[in-house]
Structures are given as structure tokens and as C-alpha cells.
Design a protein around this ligand. Structure first.
Ligand code: C2E
Ligand code: MG
Ligand code: MG
Length: 727
């Protein structure tokens, strides 16, 4: 059987599109359903409790009434019995002159006993003297006038003894009679039976009426309300509740109306909050909080959307331009994040304002932006778009806290579908072009070319090969001597990494230049384990020379910026020194100016800790870096290493000569040693000697060589720089 409650929820009263008519029809159908549903009442626990309570109450009240009525009924019956007895006895009394003689004849007594319910009689004179008894022995006897009103009823109820006074009989006798009262008992039982039946019928009737009333006025509304609440709890946001057919002016109808109002209000609130939360989540997921521009995810979605077209439609063309603010990290580090943020906001704002509505401007990452712009006859190449973007950024400085900041940017541009038919492929290509622009010195536009892709592929291949190289022990460390320019003595060596990559050529392999693989290792983080390994090998070698050769040589090890950022270099160096037994001042770490581009605070702390344990520090390739000279004073540096490009050209380029000269003077003025690398000829040496340079390293003395060769060199070298003249 379909329950009314089941049927109630199958409708969609909440649907605003529903017409008033259909709602009315539904509610009348609902009304019918609700009125005749005894099944609900049978199943209702509460109805059963109420009904049982009412039924028992009625029964108890009736039982009490019956009790009273039963007594009355018995008294009535016994009164009638007594009266019948009196009426039978009185006419049989024949008054005697002798007041002590019996007024009955034996025949009259016999008739009396046979025709009436009287079974025994005792006759007393009016003076209460017993004259005679007839029939069985009586239980009642008259002792005095005060006992005249007594009656006696046998325990089994079959006999009833009464006293008739002279006044009752209108004769001068007092008669005690025993009456057969068995029928009184039967009549009473019958009376009880009948009354009980009536009681039951009445109770049943009242209960039935009550059940119907309960069902109609209480149970149905409660079940209706329960149904609505259930529906609301199942789907609080869009509860399928029916309009109430109950009069809202009565208590339950009113309660239902309040509950429904609450459910609807709750649903409206939930919908509202959900909508708010959704739009908040959407904002967080798809927009950048700083600039309010779309983020990478939304940008990619837009690209995919823009690239979509039907087969018979013309393929859309659009440009994707990836933008990176040059040296943004420096601005952030030196001027603070507030300035950095303000510049990013300014760039975003300027780009958005300068691009047409059809373009999408997004912030992709910290200092990276991207623009997607449909190409038209006006602007029909990605380069046009990129130039517009660069023009916008360069047009005038950004004003932050009343200071002007001239911002420059590197830009990579690519075109859909020319450079890639995949939307995210165009973005990837723009990024590749952007990296190219950065590599080529920043502040420029690079359009994507397939060659870039090949270069990227080659880098990936190089990275895979380098991983194998590390496992297959294809890496080795070479050593290049460093000499004291004034005394000619050998003072140490620089450890230089070598990668011998076996192949099928005649030579059986080829050396991959460090300048090719070190940048790949640095970008991938692989330089950390590789650099640690070099440090270990180099320190072990230096410790061995000093022990076995009885020399006091220093080993210079190149340390990449990534090792400062990622590894715990201080602990590692200490560990290696402990393991190899090399004195700390026999280890020199060569860092390039690029380490100062990262977290300056961290770099200072690390360099200070290294210096504190006695390790020496040199700045490699000095003069080529971007950073200012101010760090020279801040950092605990021991040595400047003039970049080989200045030495190479010193003899034929006045500028390079004066840079080399300036570095020597600068170093000395700061109490630093100065070493020159790339010393290839005697003329180079002469120049450096004249400028007062302290130390030298270069092909003139020795190329970087394997360990055994270096040992040979160190043992055979006599400390005379002139000995290299012949070679
Ligand atoms: P660098 O540290 O400036 O090393 C000096 C480079 O100059 C070496 O090149 C060396 O072979 C070369 N050289 C030395 N004397 C002369 C000379 O007279 N003429 C010419 N033309 N070149 C000379 P190499 O070994 O190819 O290393 C290149 C760069 O690779 C190094 O420059 C260094 O930055 C990096 N590198 C090498 N080994 C390691 C290493 O173990 N760790 C790290 N992080 N970088 C390394
Ligand atoms: Mg070096
Ligand atoms: Mg160098």
C-alpha cells in the first residue's frame, strides 16, 4: 500500500514554474489522501497510547459506576423478595384469641412453602416470644425490639432471612422468614454481563470516534509536518515540500506553517551562502588576489575556449605573449615586498588598460604575466602584440611611494595555430621563447622558433644523460695548478669537473664541456649531489698531497648558487674536512656573483659560518657579474678571481686591461688577494706581474689534468716561472 507520506514527497511543490492551478489540484489530492488513511493510525504509536489510555479510563469510570449500580440493583431485588414474602405471609395469618398460639394452619404453611420462595418461618408474639418455627432452622432470631430491623444473608447468597414486624403484617405477630434468594444472584450476574457489554460497546464507540478525530486533527498534520521536515533534511537546499492543506489558524496548522516558513527560509539561506562560497572559491581558484587578474588556470581555460571552432569554421588565430619582469627579485629584496607588490599591481593594471576587451591578461606566477590576444588585420603577428606589451611596460617608470622605478621585461611570443595547434602548447612555446629572451640578456622580445624547442629537448636529453653519468661514474675531477706570481711557487689547484661520455666514435667517447652541462645540472638541482661529490674527491686529493708529498697545497672547489640555497653546505663541508683530515684553511670555495642574486641574508650567514670554520672564499669570474660592489665589504672574502675574458684581451683591449688593473687595485685596497685565470702566455704573465697581481692559473702553466698528472706536475715543478717559457 502506498503510504500517504510516500506520495506527499513525490511532488515538486517548491518548483516556482508550477502554475497555481496545478498546485491547487495537488493540494486537494493531498487532502483526500490525508483524510482516509487509517493505516497511518494503526501504525502510529502515539495514537495507540492515547487510545489505550482513553479506553482504560472510560472502562474504569464505568466499572466504578457499575459497582454502585450493582449494590442498588441487589437492594432492589431483595426489597422485592421481602415484599413478595410479606404479601404471601400476611393473608395466611389467622388471628387467634390465644396470642401465644400459631396463627398458621399446617396446610397454609405447606402451601406457603410450596408456592412461594419462603422455605422457613419463625412466629413470635407481639411481645417477641417465640411461638413456633416451621421448616429449617433459622439463623435470625428476635432477641429484643432493637434487633427487629436486622436481616441475614447466607454466605453463598442462596437464602435471605428477614423480620416482618406487626406493623408490616398488620397482625399482632412478628414473623422471621427465610426466603430463597438464589435467583437474586443470577439476576445480578446477568445484570453485570449486560452492563459490561454495553460498557464495552460504548468504550469502543468513543475510542473509534476518538481515533478518527485523532487521525484527522492530530496525526495527519503531524505526519505531514514530519514528511516536510524529512524532505528538508534530505535536501535542505531545495526541499520538496507540499503546501499545507491545514488551517494555519489552528495550533497545529499554525505550527506547520511556521515549520514550512523556517524550512523555506533555511533553504534560501543555504542557497545564498552556497552561492557566495562558490563565487568566493571561483575567485580564489581562478583569479590572482594581488592584481585581480585571471590566474594560470583561467588563462589556460580561456586559451582552450578561444581555440575551439567547428570544422566548417575558420581556425581562430591568436597570439600568446609570456612576460617576465627583469630582475624583479632584486627589486623585491632590496626595496621590500610592498614595492614589489605595487609594481606587480601597476604592471597588471597597465597591461589590462592597454589591451582590448577581447584580450586576456593574466598573472601566471610571481613576476610572470601572460596576454592572449586575437589577431586581426591591425595587429596580425605575435610580435606586434609583444611590442605593444613591451611599449606599455617601458613607456614610463612606475611610481611607488613617490619613487620612480623603471621596469624592464623579457617577452616570449607565440602564435596559435602557427606555432602549436594545442592551446597549452602555444603557452608552452611562449614560455620557451621567454626563456630564450632571458638567456640572451633580458629586456627583449623573442618569438618562438622550432629551434628553441630542439634546444629544450637537448637539455632534457642532457639531464637524463647526466643522471646516468652520475650512476655510471662517467664524471671525474681534474686539477689545474695555481701559482704564486711573485715567488713562482705552486700554491694549490682548482678542482674542475670532467664528464667523459662514452660513445661509438673512434675515441670511444667525448668530453662534454662543463659550460654545457653545469647550467643543466644547476637548473635541475642535480648540481647539489654532484657538487658534494666533487668536494669530497677534491678534499681527499688535497689531504693526500699534503700528507704524501709533504707540500702545503690549497684546493679550490667551485660551488654553485643552488648548493647555497638547497643544501646545508656548512655542515657538509665540516663533515668532509673531518672525514678527509684536510685543514680548513686548505680549502677554498669559489662562488660566482650569482650567489648574491638569491637570498642575501642567507648567503651572508652561510659565508660567515664557512669563514668561521676557517674555509677561504673566492669570488670567481669577478667583473662579469651583475651585482654591486657593496657586498665586497659585507662579505668575508679572501680572494678575487679576475675573469679570464679580461686577461685574454688585456693586451689588445685597453678597456679590458684597465678592468683587470682596477680589480687588482680594488682587491688590494680591500686587503684581498687577487688571482688571474686564463693566463695563456708570457705576455699575460708580464702584464699581471706589472699590475701587482698575486696569483695565476692558466694553460701557460698547465691545463686541468687528472690527479696523477697533477701529482707529477707538483713533484717535478721547480718553482721557476721561467721554466714554462720553452713550452
Ligand atoms: P671556472 O671556475 O671559471 O673555471 C675555469 C675555467 O677556465 C675552466 O674551464 C678551465 O679549464 C678554464 N681555463 C683555465 N685556464 C685557462 C686558460 O689559460 N685558457 C682558457 N681558454 N681556459 C682556461 P672548465 O673546466 O671548462 O670549467 C668551466 C666552468 O665550469 C668553470 O669555470 C666553473 O664555473 C664550472 N665548473 C667546473 N667544475 C665545476 C664544479 O665542480 N662545480 C661547479 N659548480 N662548477 C664547475
Ligand atoms: Mg672556478
Ligand atoms: Mg672562472
Amino acid at each position: 500500500m502506498a503510504r500517504a507520506s510516500d506520495l506527499i514527497f513525490s511532488g515538486h511543490a517548491g518548483d516556482p514554474a508550477e502554475t497555481v492551478d496545478t498546485q491547487k489540484a495537488k493540494s486537494s489530492m493531498l487532502g483526500n489522501l490525508l483524510v482516509s488513511s487509517p493505516g497511518q493510525i494503526w501504525k502510529s504509536r502515539i495514537s495507540w497510547r492515547i487510545i489505550l489510555a482513553v479506553f482504560l479510563t472510560i472502562l474504569t469510570v464505568q466499572a466504578i459506576i457499575l459497582n454502585f449500580r450493582l449494590k442498588e440493583f441487589e437492594t432492589e431485588l431483595l426489597g422485592a423478595l421481602r415484599e413478595n414474602g410479606r404479601a404471601a405471609i400476611a393473608p395466611l395469618i389467622i388471628p387467634n384469641s390465644d396470642t401465644l398460639a400459631s396463627p398458621f394452619t399446617d396446610e397454609s404453611i405447606e402451601r406457603l412453602f410450596s408456592a412461594t420462595s419462603i422455605t422457613a418461618i419463625a412466629v413470635y408474639s407481639s411481645q417477641l416470644d417465640l411461638i413456633k418455627t416451621y421448616g429449617q432452622q433459622l439463623a435470625l432470631f428476635v432477641a429484643g425490639s432493637d434487633s427487629l430491623s436486622r436481616t441475614y444473608r447466607s454466605a453463598d447468597g442462596t437464602s435471605y432471612e428477614v423480620i416482618y414486624r406487626s406493623s408490616d403484617l398488620r397482625r399482632p405477630y412478628v414473623i422471621v422468614a427465610r426466603l430463597d434468594s438464589a435467583h437474586v444472584r443470577e439476576a445480578m450476574v446477568e445484570f453485570v454481563k449486560q452492563t459490561f457489554l454495553v460498557m464495552m460497546l460504548m468504550s469502543a464507540l468513543v475510542t473509534t470516534v476518538l481515533m478518527i478525530a485523532l487521525g484527522r486533527w492530530l496525526l495527519e498534520p503531524i505526519l505531514f509536518m514530519r514528511g516536510n521536515l524529512l524532505a528538508a533534511s534530505k535536501n535542505p537546499e531545495d526541499p520538496k515540500i507540499q503546501p499545507s492543506p491545514f488551517d494555519p489558524n489552528d495550533e497545529i496548522g499554525g505550527a506547520i506553517k511556521i515549520a514550512q516558513d523556517l524550512i523555506n527560509q533555511n533553504a534560501a539561506n543555504l542557497r545564498h551562502f552556497k552561492h557566495e562560497a562558490r563565487s568566493q572559491i571561483h575567485k580564489l581558484a581562478y583569479y590572482d588576489t594581488l592584481t585581480s587578474l585571471p590566474n594560470r588556470t583561467l588563462f589556460l581555460q580561456n586559451l582552450a575556449h578561444k581555440a575551439k571552432h567547428d570544422d566548417d569554421e575558420e581556425v581562430p588565430r591568436f597570439a600568446v605573449v609570456a612576460i617576465d619582469i627583469d630582475h624583479f627579485k632584486d627589486i623585491n629584496d632590496s626595496m621590500g615586498h610592498n614595492v614589489g607588490d605595487a609594481i606587480l599591481k601597476g604592471v597588471g593594471k597597465r597591461l589590462r588598460a592597454a589591451m582590448p576587451e577581447t584580450a586576456v591578461v593574466a598573472r601566471m606566477d610571481a613576476d610572470e604575466f601572460a596576454v592572449m590576444m586575437p589577431l586581426s588585420t591591425d595587429i596580425n603577428t605575435a610580435r606586434d602584440v609583444a611590442e605593444r606589451v613591451l611599449g606599455v611596460i617601458r613607456s614610463e617608470p612606475f611610481k611607488v611611494f613617490n619613487e620612480n622605478f623603471q621596469v624592464r621585461a623579457s617577452i616570449g611570443a607565440s602564435t596559435f595555430p602557427d606555432d602549436s595547434t594545442e592551446p597549452d602548447g602555444v603557452l608552452k612555446n611562449a614560455d620557451i621563447a621567454l626563456n630564450r629572451a632571458k638567456e640572451e640578456g633580458r629586456d627583449r622580445i623573442k618569438e618562438y622558433s622550432e629551434d628553441f624547442d630542439r634546444a629544450v629537448q637537448q637539455r632534457f636529453q642532457m639531464l637524463r644523460d647526466l643522471r646516468d653519468a652520475l650512476e655510471q661514474k662517467q664524471l671525474s675531477v681534474y686539477f689545474q695548478p695555481q701559482l704564486d706570481l711573485k715567488t713562482g711557487e705552486i700554491i694549490g689547484a682548482e678542482a674542475l669537473l670532467r664528464w667523459w661520455k662514452p660513445d661509438s666514435s673512434k675515441q670511444g667517447g667525448v668530453f662534454i664541456p662543463p659550460n654545457e652541462f653545469i647550467p643543466v645540472a644547476e637548473q635541475s638541482g642535480l648540481i647539489v649531489p654532484i657538487g658534494e661529490w666533487v668536494m669530497e674527491v677534491a678534499c681527499q686529493a688535497a689531504a693526500d698531497w699534503n700528507k704524501k708529498l709533504g707540500k702545503d697545497l690549497r684546493i679550490a672547489v667551485n660551488v654553485a648558487a643552488a648548493q647555497f640555497v638547497q643544501g646545508d653546505i656548512v655542515n657538509y663541508v665540516q663533515k668532509v674536512l673531518r672525514q678527509t683530515g684536510l685543514a680548513a684553511n686548505k680549502l677554498e670555495l669559489e662562488v660566482t656573483e650569482s650567489v648574491f642574486m638569491h637570498d642575501i641574508e642567507h648567503t651572508i650567514r652561510t659565508l660567515q659560518s664557512l669563514h668561521a670554520i676557517g674555509v677561504e672564499l673566492a669570488i670567481d669570474d669577478f667583473g662579469t657579474g651583475y651585482s654591486s660592489l657593496s657586498y665586497l665589504r659585507q662579505f668575508p672574502i679572501d680572494r678575487l678571481k679576475i675573469d679570464q675574458s679580461f686577461i685574454r684581451n688585456a693586451l689588445n683591449d685597453q678597456n679590458d686591461a684597465s678592468i683587470a688593473r682596477t680589480i687588482v687595485r680594488l682587491g688590494h685596497s680591500l686587503n684581498l688577494k687577487v688571482i688571474a685565470e686564463g693566463v695563456e702566455t708570457k705576455d699575460h704573465e708580464k702584464f699581471l706581474l706589472a699590475e701587482g697581481c698575486d696569483e695565476v692559473q692558466g694553460y701557460r702553466y698547465s691545463r686541468p689534468v687528472p690527479l696523477e698528472k697533477f701529482i707529477e706536475f707538483a713533484q717535478s715543478y721547480d718553482g721557476n716561472l721561467a721554466s714554462f717559457d720553452k713550452t
